[in-house]
Design a protein around this ligand. Structure first.
Ligand code: PMP
Length: 382
């Protein structure tokens, strides 16, 4: 526990909280959540479930209606066939990945993860006594260096953890690269944990594929997905894991021993989310596209080098020219421009020299915040 550090995102959150308590308004581009409300139909179905008395425990892997709906959705979105027995409903992607890693890793095992990486992966892996082996992404396009990946594989390597579309860079792993990762996993008999939480949030005709859909990959892959981003349901705390029977049945035991079962009426809301026509997801992605354009225009004007995100809702511009650490620059922007961003080092050493800005906030908030940020950047350059 002493080695476990608080998330760098939470640190920003606390600093923003301090300013807000003094009545200072902050444009908050640091939060990794959707700024949309949960679609009302999902809320209505959940309220009905509450009124019907769905307030008691369910089976620990989740209600059959939801697992059936997940199976259907995975077939459409990921092109993989699962049985309901191969699905566990989890408390968000977080609990799912946590129990998957605790189940599958032994002390001394190594997990290769592209870096920068989502803030909690390292901690989850260290809890299992395993080691996180970072694979720095290529600076020119945040793609994977597959030669380096193969060099890092040794007899202790148990797993490769991938996240596409990627938090914090917005990159999406190409079909070709997924195929090459799949081939390495088969060649060296490795497991894959695939964090697909942003799969449906992509731009410019880009498609994010699931590695589980590649030949002979379902059997060695654990897919983690969630309702948090796709349906703006992060506070509802619901997600799922999909994996072949022999793997999921082991994970299911730890899941049961940890949480007993996911929230009952929330499962009804999640079923409604999957069974409705998916127009709400499409219109949300369209609006994200508009917000991405707006923020991109400002970043270009500021001449901050960045790679256009193909998915998720983050920019990860390079800030090395200022000769400040990412934390120092984030502090400066908060003080000078009242703009909150996440220092890149929150996502690991490979994130140093960058900051993460979310373009999820409302259009007008992006405009006002970026106007202030532009002035602060100009001032810093003078
Ligand atoms: N993975 C990634 C890459 C994320 O960005 C997040 C949330 N920000 C999660 C997992 C966890 O999401 P949740 O537990 O809300 O499903």
């Amino acid at each position: 526990m002493e080695e476990l550090k608080p998330s760098g995102i939470r640190k920003v959150f606390d600093k923003v909280g301090q300013l807000k308590s003094k009545g200072i308004e902050v444009s908050n581009f640091s939060i990794g959540r959707s700024f949309f409300d949960t679609p009302s139909m999902i809320k209505e179905e959940t309220k009905k479930a509450l009124d019907k008395g769905m307030v008691h425990y369910t089976g620990s892997v989740g209600i059959m209606e939801l697992r059936n709906a997940i199976v259907q959705r995975i077939l459409i979105d990921k092109g993989v066939e699962y049985k309901p027995e191969e699905i566990i409903v989890t408390i968000g992607g977080s609990e799912g990945m946590f129990v998957a890693l605790q189940t599958l890793l032994c002390p001394g095992d190594e997990v290769i993860i592209p870096e920068p990486m989502y803030v909690y992966y390292k901690g989850w892996i260290s809890f299992a006594g395993a080691k996180c082996i970072s694979l720095p992404l290529k600076e020119e396009d945040f793609s994977l260096n597959l030669e380096e990946l193969e060099k890092k594989i040794n007899s202790s390597t148990k797993m490769i953890l991938i996240n596409s579309p990627h938090n914090p860079t917005g990159s999406v792993i190409s079909r070709q690269n997924l195929e090459r990762i799949a081939n390495l996993a088969k060649k060296y008999d490795l497991l894959i944990l695939s964090d697909e939480i942003y799969q449906r949030i992509t731009y410019d005709d880009c498609q994010a594929f699931s590695i589980a859909s590649f030949p002979q990959m379902k059997e060695r892959t654990v897919v983690s997905d969630s309702f948090s981003k796709t349906y703006a349901m992060d506070g509802w705390r619901i997600g799922y894991l999909a994996a072949p029977q022999e793997i999921i049945s082991q994970i299911a035991k730890l899941h049961q021993h940890t949480i007993s079962c996911p929230n009952t009426f929330v499962q009804v809301g999640a079923t409604a989310a999957l069974n409705q026509d998916q127009e709400c997801v499409e219109s949300m992605v369209l609006e994200f596209t508009r917000r991405r354009e707006l923020m991109m225009g400002y970043l270009k004007r500021m001449k901050l080098p960045f790679i256009v995100p193909k998915g998720a809702f983050y920019f990860f511009p390079l800030i090395r020219e200022f000769n400040l650490s990412s934390e120092e620059l984030a502090d400066y922007l908060l003080k000078e421009a009242k703009v909150a961003v996440v220092p890149g080092n929150a996502f690991g050493k490979a994130g140093e020299g960058y900051i993460r800005l979310s373009f999820s906030p409302p259009y007008e908030e992006i405009r006002t915040g970026m106007e202030r940020m532009e002035k602060a950047i100009q001032k810093l350059r003078e």
